[in-house]
Design a protein around this ligand. Structure first.
Ligand SMILES: NC(=O)c1ccc[n+]([C@@H]2O[C@H](COP(=O)([O-])OP(=O)(O)OC[C@H]3O[C@@H](n4cnc5c(N)ncnc54)[C@H](OP(=O)(O)O)[C@@H]3O)[C@@H](O)[C@H]2O)c1
Length: 366
């Protein structure tokens, strides 16, 4: 980190820091002291642990969600600047990258595979299987048949230009395939060295337990943000009990919590799921605006943006949470990463949590 950047970082840290509010280590996960890096522009991001024992991984407290670089966020930027964003993220201390077979479909894995070549062995690379894809298009169905999982993994490895996927999630639970068969297939792939760790996305607590019996889970990836707090009820207790990490996807509620979108925002039909999600209907966007007001008011006094407050709040909930905000902009990347170093005092976290919990959320998430 250059002197100028380091001074800025220390200054913000000194002004903002109070007692670190992360829960005491439960043996499930721990935060680690930030390691300063000499590399230019690198932010000293704290590390966190997802999972336990042989299936634990140590990753930067914030990862990078790469989906929006190829899919579902209205525009598809040119490839070169997206390779640059991914490489910039690594330069800035991110070592946890998220993609999936379904994103594109396929094109996001290809992009990520190209971008990570210079540092493949120094990162945790995550992908997902589980959607039915025909002729490069999602059919709307699911497919976690064991034979299909194996085929997908072979193809993902090629697109990602690697010989192993560090963390492979089932993207959605397939009601036609017992979770024990899915976990058994991944267990075999782990024995073969093609997969290193296993995760589930959007699975309920009983499914998590069943899968974990067969193959130890490292992380659950599910939507979690200040507008979508359901996992606190059923998923966090099982993660805590079994020593499984939690990876919030859409942690900025697909940009809503940044204050960047409003009731007039238009979404590209066919390449942006927000256009069909109830929470982005104009009336819901207006009704939920008190959340932005709370975040902005908290942030304005402390030199933080709404997005930074939203991410810092998620990180403060459990030490085994690692959000993966997505962005196509280097400026947003830098903004988001600063959030990983914000430390709430006990009192300010209590007050912020009280304020956000009083807001009635309008519009279902799906
Ligand atoms: N497991 C699953 O089923 C699942 C589902 C959805 C997503 N995911 C994963 O989670 C990742 C993140 O989710 P997401 O992209 O849906 O939602 P998100 O991270 O909550 O929000 C991303 C959106 O916020 C904007 N943004 C990010 N930082 C910003 C900032 N500082 N200021 C203003 N705007 C900002 C981005 O636009 P810009 O590009 O303009 O910054 C983008 O439109 C995905 O990339 C994917 O890897 C997983």
């Amino acid at each position: 980190m250059e002197n100028h950047d380091r001074r800025k970082f220390l200054k913000v840290g000194a002004v903002l820091s109070g007692s670190l509010l992360l829960s005491p280590s439960l043996g499930l996960a721990q935060t680690q002291t930030a390691v300063a890096d000499k590399k230019k522009n690198k932010i000293a991001i704290k590390q966190r642990t997802l999972g336990t024992g042989n299936h634990s991984i140590e990753v930067s407290a914030l990862g990078l969600g790469c989906m929006g670089m190829s899919w579902n966020r209205s525009f598809i930027p040119e490839r070169k600047p997206m390779v640059d964003v991914i490489r910039k993220a690594y330069d800035m201390g991110v070592n946890f990258f998220d993609t999936a077979e379904a994103y594109g479909a396929f094109t996001n894995e290809e992009l990520v595979g190209e971008a990570i070549v210079p540092f493949r062995d120094k990162i945790t690379l995550c992908s997902k299987f589980g959607f039915d894809i025909k002729n490069g298009k999602l059919t709307g169905g699911l497919n976690s048949q064991p034979k299909h999982i194996r085929e997908v993994v072979e193809q993902s490895l090629k697109r990602l230009k690697t010989d192993r996927i560090d963390l492979l999630y089932q993207h959605r639970v397939d009601p036609n395939v017992p979770i024990e068969d899915v976990a058994g297939t991944v267990k075999d792939l782990i024995k073969e060295g093609k997969i290193l760790n296993f995760g589930l996305s959007e699975a309920d607590a009983p499914t998590i337990r069943k899968a974990h019996e067969i193959q130890q889970l490292t992380a659950i990836q599910t939507e979690y943000s200040l507008l979508s707090r359901d996992p606190e009820k059923d998923i966090f207790p099982v993660c805590e009990e079994l020593g499984i990490g939690f990876v919030p996807y859409s942690p900025l509620c697909r940009a809503y919590l940044t204050g960047y979108i409003n009731e007039r925002t238009k979404y590209t039909v066919g390449n942006d799921n927000r256009g069909s999600l109830p929470r982005y209907a104009p009336e819901a966007v207006i009704a939920n605006w008190p959340m932005i007001d709370v975040l902005a008011e908290f942030g304005n006094k402390r030199g933080l943006t709404a997005a930074q407050v939203a991410l810092a709040w998620l990180l403060a909930q459990k030490p085994w949470i690692v959000p993966i905000p997505g962005t196509t902009k280097q400026a947003h990347l830098q903004e988001n990463l600063w959030a990983a170093n914000y430390e709430f005092t006990a009192e300010e976290l209590k007050q912020l949590t009280q304020s956000v919990s009083e807001i009635k959320i309008t519009g279902k998430r799906y």
